[in-house]
Design a protein around this ligand. Structure first.
Ligand code: IMP
Ligand code: MG
Length: 197
């Protein structure tokens, strides 16, 4: 499939999810095929080096698990809790909910996030990590929603570029739910409205 996903792509959800999901944007097998490719790129980039992955909580849980089992590198994993607050689909600020545990000084750091939206989260994370004097910093995101960017920033590795939908699944949530969907999809309108009203 094309890694730039257009707004005409609306696949039928599996029967067990039909009551909540309007349509599937990216199927599970497509996500995994793309992760194979990103893993190959990372393997080439970091071959022979120690890699420090900093995964942003909680949206990266499935992406991280599927990515690292495809990497044959001496790597370490740390987690940074960083979450936007506001209502469920629009963020108005960012707070740190878990600090890093490992030493980043002199390390090759790869920041992993689920989705690059306005760019605030990745930007803040890069600044925070740069202060810890790593050897290098690169960024890797599963999804990129360029339509909503506020900060001029691009990830070094991107899974899919998607249209301006609020998506759930494969780690991404709506009000902390739907992270367990194996695919990336768009909720039925009634579900978003229920929360806002
Ligand atoms: P940014 O700071 O605006 O770039 O947004 C990044 C964070 O907002 C991500 O790590 C997600 O947690 C959340 N986010 C942005 N867009 C979506 C979406 O479409 N679905 C679920 N979460 C999203
Ligand atoms: Mg979220």
């Amino acid at each position: 499939m094309n890694y730039i996903v257009d707004d005409k792509r609306k696949l039928k959800p599996p029967p067990e999810w039909r009551s909540d999901i309007d349509f599937v944007l990216i199927r599970e097998d497509e996500v995994l095929t793309r992760i194979d490719e990103i893993a190959t790129q990372l393997q080439n980039e970091y071959e022979g080096r120690d890699l420090m992955i900093v995964a942003l909580l909680s949206g990266t849980i499935l992406f991280l698990a599927d990515l690292v089992r495809r990497l044959n590198l001496p790597l370490r994993i740390d987690f940074l809790g960083i979450s936007s607050y506001g209502n469920e689909t629009v963020s108005t600020g960012i707070k740190i909910t878990k600090e890093l545990k490992l030493e980043l000084n002199g390390r090759d750091v790869l920041i992993l996030d689920d989705i690059l939206d306005t760019g605030n989260t990745i930007n803040l994370t890069i600044n925070k990590i740069a202060n810890l004097r790593p050897k290098s910093i690169k960024t890797c995101v599963l999804l990129d929603k360029p339509a909503r960017r506020k900060i001029n920033i691009k990830a070094d590795y991107t899974g899919f570029e998607i249209p301006d939908y609020f998506v759930v699944g494969y780690g991404l949530d709506f009000a902390e739910r739907f992270r367990n969907l194996p695919f990336i999809g768009v909720l039925k309108k009634e579900l978003y409205q229920q929360q806002i009203n």
